[in-house]
Ligand binder design. Structure first.
Ligand code: X2X
Length: 337
C-alpha cells in the first residue's frame, strides 16, 4: 500500500515535470522547415507566406513550422539555389529565369515582350506553359515546384542618369541584370552593357554607381527602397517575371502525407492571394513613388521589340528553348515572329 502510494506520487511528479517543461519552452514542432527568399518582409510574398505559415501551424496542430528567412538572409539567389538542391534549405522562391541555370526551360516566360497583360500571364502559367515548366523542373530530380507561381511583376527600367524613351537610350547603358543568361542576352541585344548582380547586392551597386540602372517591378522598387538610389522609372514592361515556390524533394518526401496536403493547400492559396496583393499595390505605386522623387515616363514597346527582332533575339531563343517549349509559349501569347 505504502509503496503503491509512493509510486503513484513519483509518476505524478514526473508528469508534472514534463508539463512544466513544455509550457516553458513552447512546444517544438515535429517538423521545422526553412523557406528562403530574396525579398523584404514588407513585400506581399512574405506577408502571405507568413500568413500561410500561421495557418499551416494551426491546421497541423503545431506539428509543422515554416521558418521564413527573407532578404537573402541565407545567401544570394545563386547560393540558395545550391542549398535547395542539397536540402540545406527546404523551400525557396526563385525567378524561373535564374532557375534556368539548372532547368533551361524555366526561363521561357522571360522572353522579351511575350505577355501583353496579366490575363495572358495567368492563363499560361496556370495552364499548359506552367505545366510544361514544372515538368522540366521535376526532371532536375532534387527539386519540384508547387503548382501556383507567385507574382513578381512586369519589369520596368530605372536609372540614376536618364529616362529610357527609345531603344537608343539602352545603348551602352550599364544596367544590372539578375544572374540568368536570358537577361544578359536580352540587354546585349539592346546594345547595353549588362552586369550580372544578385539581388542582395543591387541596392549598394546602385548607390555606389557600379551600375547606373536596373529593371524590376514597381513593388520591388517600393519594398527594396530602390527609389532612394534611382531617379527615373521608364515603364518599359519588357518582361513578366514570377517566382516558383520550390521544394527540396528528399526533405519533402519525409513529411507525412497529411502534412504535405496542408502545406500544399495553404502555399498555393497564398500565391493566388499574393497575385491580387501585387495588383492592388501596383495601382497606387506610380503616384507614391513620384511623391518619393521618382520621375516616370511611359514607353511605346514596339520599337524595343523591333530592336530585339532585328538583333536575332527571338530566333536565337526559339532555337535554345526548342520547338515544344516555343510553340507552348506562342499558343498562349500569339506569334513572337
Ligand atoms: O533579382 C531581382 O531583380 C528580382 C528580385 O526581381 C528577382 O528575384 C528576379
Amino acid at each position: 500500500m505504502t509503496s503503491l502510494t509512493r509510486r503513484t506520487f513519483a509518476t505524478g511528479t514526473a508528469a508534472l515535470g514534463v508539463t512544466t517543461f513544455s509550457i516553458g519552452r513552447a512546444r517544438a514542432a515535429e517538423f521545422t522547415y526553412k523557406f528562403a527568399n530574396n525579398l523584404a518582409l514588407t513585400h506581399p510574398l512574405n506577408k502571405r507566406a507568413q500568413e500561410a505559415a500561421g495557418k499551416i501551424k494551426e491546421e497541423t496542430g503545431g506539428r509543422f513550422e515554416l521558418q521564413i528567412f527573407p532578404s537573402s538572409q541565407l545567401g544570394s539567389d545563386t547560393d540558395t539555389l545550391g542549398q535547395i538542391r542539397s536540402g540545406a534549405v527546404d523551400f525557396f522562391t526563385l525567378s524561373g529565369l535564374i532557375l534556368s541555370t539548372l532547368v533551361p526551360a524555366a526561363a521561357i516566360n522571360g522572353v522579351g515582350f511575350a505577355f501583353k497583360d496579366y490575363d495572358t500571364v495567368w492563363k499560361a502559367m496556370d495552364g499548359k506553359l506552367g505545366e510544361y515548366i514544372r515538368g522540366e523542373i521535376v526532371k532536375a530530380r532534387s527539386i519540384f515546384a508547387f503548382e501556383k507561381p507567385w507574382d513578381n511583376g512586369f519589369r520596368q527600367t530605372t536609372s540614376s542618369t536618364k529616362p529610357i524613351t527609345s531603344p537608343d537610350d539602352f545603348v551602352n547603358m550599364k544596367i544590372r541584370v539578375p544572374p540568368a543568361p536570358l537577361w544578359t542576352s536580352m540587354f546585349k541585344a539592346f546594345g547595353s552593357a549588362p552586369a550580372t548582380i544578385n539581388f542582395n547586392e543591387v541596392y549598394s551597386a546602385l548607390q555606389s554607381k557600379v551600375v547606373e540602372g536596373q529593371e524590376n517591378p514597381l513593388a520591388i522598387l517600393e519594398t527594396a527602397k530602390l527609389y532612394e538610389v534611382q531617379q527615373y522609372c521608364s515603364l518599359t514592361n519588357h518582361m513578366w517575371d514570377g517566382f516558383w515556390f520550390l521544394a527540396n524533394k528528399a526533405n519533402w518526401d519525409q513529411l507525412p502525407k497529411d502534412i504535405q496536403a496542408v502545406v500544399t493547400k495553404h502555399i498555393n492559396a497564398a500565391a493566388v492571394q499574393e497575385r491580387a496583393d501585387i495588383a492592388e499595390l501596383t495601382k497606387g505605386l506610380q503616384e507614391s513613388l513620384t511623391a518619393k522623387g521618382m520621375k516616370f515616363n511611359a514607353v511605346d514597346p514596339a520599337p524595343f521589340r523591333d530592336k530585339l527582332k532585328a538583333a536575332g533575339f527571338y530566333t536565337e531563343w526559339k532555337g535554345k528553348f526548342g520547338d515544344t517549349a516555343w510553340s507552348t509559349l506562342e499558343s498562349a501569347v500569339g506569334s513572337l515572329g
